[in-house]
Design a protein around this ligand. Structure first.
Ligand SMILES: Nc1ncnc2c1ncn2[C@@H]1O[C@H](COP(=O)(O)OP(=O)(O)O)[C@@H](O)[C@H]1O
Ligand SMILES: [Mg+2]
Length: 387
C-alpha cells in the first residue's frame, strides 16, 4: 500500500509513503506550517487505500470532523493539482454523552452533515490498580493509594467487568483502612462519577468504532493536562487496542480468522501526550506503541510544533519524519537527534531550504531517503483555520 502525499519540489515526481507494513511518523514544524493539514492528508489516504486498516484521530482541538466536508476553500489549488474535492464518512467519538458535551443543536447539526456520533465510555475494569492510583495522583505506599490499589486488585480477581459503584462498595467495606482514608477516597471516586466518562456496562471499543469511517475522537471537550482526562482516555483506549491487536496477530500467524483490524493512530499536538522531561498518563502506552507496535500492525502519526517537547524515545523510534519549516534554535537543535548518516548533510540544512507553507522535508529511515516535498492539497476541508 502506498500513500500519496505530494510532489518532489524540483523534479515534481510523485512522492509516496510506503505503508505496506506499520509505520511511525513524526510531523513537525512551527505553527501554521501545515502539520495538521498534512496529518489530514495521511488520514485521507489510509481511508481511501485500504479496507483492513482503521484510522483513529486523537483530536485535541476538535477540528477533524470537518473531514466530512469537501475542501471548498482551495478549489483552484485542487484544480491545479488535478485532485478532486471530497468529503469523507466520519465517525465522531465523543467522551461521555454527546448531547451533554455539545448541546442538542450542535449534535443535530453534526448529524445533518452526515457525521455519525457515538459516545465513548471507559471500562473501569480495563484500568490497572496502578492506573487508578495514577489517575488520582495517589502514592501506592500511602494509606489512600494502598486502599484503592487493594480494592481494584480484589475486583480484578473475579475476571468479570466491574464499575464505579463496585469500586465505591469495595472501599466502603474495607476493614483495614481508617474511616478518614476511606472518606477521602470516596470523595475522589464520587468526583470521578461526575466526569461522565466511565461506562455503566461493558463497552467493547469496536462497538463504537466504525471500520468503514474515519474515526475521530474529540478530546477537546475534556480537561488537558498530563494527568487530565484527555490523557486518561488516550491511555485506556490505546492499551485496549494494543492488547486486542496482539491477540489478533497471534491468530493471524496461526492462520486463524481475525476480526480486529489494524489501526493507524493519529495524534495532533502530541507533546501533550508524550512530553519530554515529564510524565503523563498516556506516555508509557504511547512509547510502547511506537516501539513495539509494528509487529501487531499498529501505526502512529504524531504531530507537534515542538519536536524538542516530545519525548526523545518517541522521536528516535519514528521511522518517517515530515519536517515542515522550523526556526527556533531549540527545535532546530532537536532535529540533530533525527539526522542519520545516509542523509548526506544534517537535517537542519534541508529544513532551511523550505520556503513555503505546505512544504516539508520527507525522511524515510526504511528507504534511507530524504526528499523535499510539496504536500498535496486536501480533498476534505481542513479545520485548523483561525477565527
Ligand atoms: N499542503 C498544503 N497545501 C495548501 N495549503 C496548506 C498546506 N498545508 C497547510 N496549508 C495552509 O496552511 C494553514 C495552516 O496549516 P495547519 O496544518 O493548520 O498548520 P499547523 O502546522 O499549525 O498545524 C492551513 O489552514 C492551510 O490553509
Ligand atoms: Mg496544527
Amino acid at each position: 500500500m502506498k500513500l500519496y502525499i505530494g510532489q518532489e519540489i524540483e523534479e515534481e515526481d510523485d512522492v509516496y509513503i510506503d505503508a505496506s507494513s506499520a509505520r511511525s511518523i513524526l510531523a513537525c514544524g512551527k505553527r501554521g506550517t501545515g502539520k495538521s493539514y498534512t496529518l489530514g492528508n495521511v488520514v485521507e489516504e489510509i481511508h481511501t487505500e485500504t479496507n483492513d486498516v482503521v484510522p483513529l484521530v486523537i483530536d485535541p482541538m476538535g477540528i477533524y470532523w470537518t473531514m466530512a466536508e469537501e475542501n471548498d476553500d482551495q478549489r483552484d489549488l485542487l484544480w491545479d493539482w488535478g485532485v478532486t474535492e471530497q468529503g469523507f464518512p466520519v465517525n465522531l467519538l465523543v467522551p461521555g454523552d454527546p448531547e451533554d458535551r455539545y448541546g442538542d443543536d450542535i449534535v443535530r447539526e453534526f448529524r445533518s452533515r452526515g457525521i455519525d456520533l457515538n459516545p465513548l465510555l471507559l471500562n473501569p475494569s480495563d484500568m490497572s490498580p496502578d492506573g487508578w492510583c495514577d489517575l488520582f495522583d495517589l502514592n501506592i505506599n500511602k494509606p489512600m493509594g494502598i486502599t484503592l490499589y487493594r480494592a481494584i486488585r480484589e475486583l480484578n480477581e473475579d475476571d468479570t467487568p466491574f464499575y464505579l459503584p463496585d469500586i465505591i462498595n469495595k472501599v466502603e467495606m474495607d476493614g483495614s483502612s481508617s474511616d478518614r482514608t476511606k472518606e477521602a477516597l470516596l470523595n475522589r471516586l464520587e468526583m470521578a462519577r461526575d466526569w461522565d466518562i466511565f461506562a455503566g456496562e461493558y463497552q467493547d471499543v469496536w462497538t463504537t468504532f466504525d471500520e468503514n469511517r474515519i474515526n475521530v475522537l474529540d478530546v477537546s471537550v475534556l480537561d488537558p493536562g498530563q494527568y487530565g482526562l484527555r490523557n486518561l482516555v488516550v491511555d485506556v483506549l490505546g492499551k485496549e487496542l494494543f492488547r486486542q491487536r496482539q491477540d489478533a496477530r497471534r491468530r493471524e500467524e496461526m492462520g486463524l480468522r481475525v476480526e480486529i483490524p489494524k489501526v493507524w493512530l493519529f495524534i495532533d499536538e502530541a507533546h501533550n501526550f508524550v512530553p519530554s522531561g515529564s510524565s503523563s498518563l498516556a506516555k508509557d502506552m504511547l512509547i510502547r506503541w511506537v516501539k513495539e507496535g509494528r509487529q501487531p500492525g499498529l501505526s502512529i502519526v504524531v504531530a507537534s510544533q515542538q519536536p524538542s517537547a516530545i519525548d526523545s524515545e518517541v522521536l528516535s523510534q519514528c521511522d518517517i519524519t515530515l519536517c515542515h519549516k522550523i526556526t527556533t534554535k531549540e527545535d532546530i537543535r532537536s532535529l540533530d537527534k533525527l539526522s542519520q548518516d545516509y542523509m548526506g548533510s544534517n537535517l537542519k540544512t534541508y529544513v532551511r531550504q523550505i520556503d513555503n507553507v505546505g512544504e516539508a522535508v520527507f525522511v524515510d529511515d526504511d528507504e534511507e531517503t530524504v526528499q523535499m516535498v510539496k504536500i498535496r492539497p486536501r480533498k476534505s476541508q481542513h479545520g485548523g483555520g483561525e477565527a
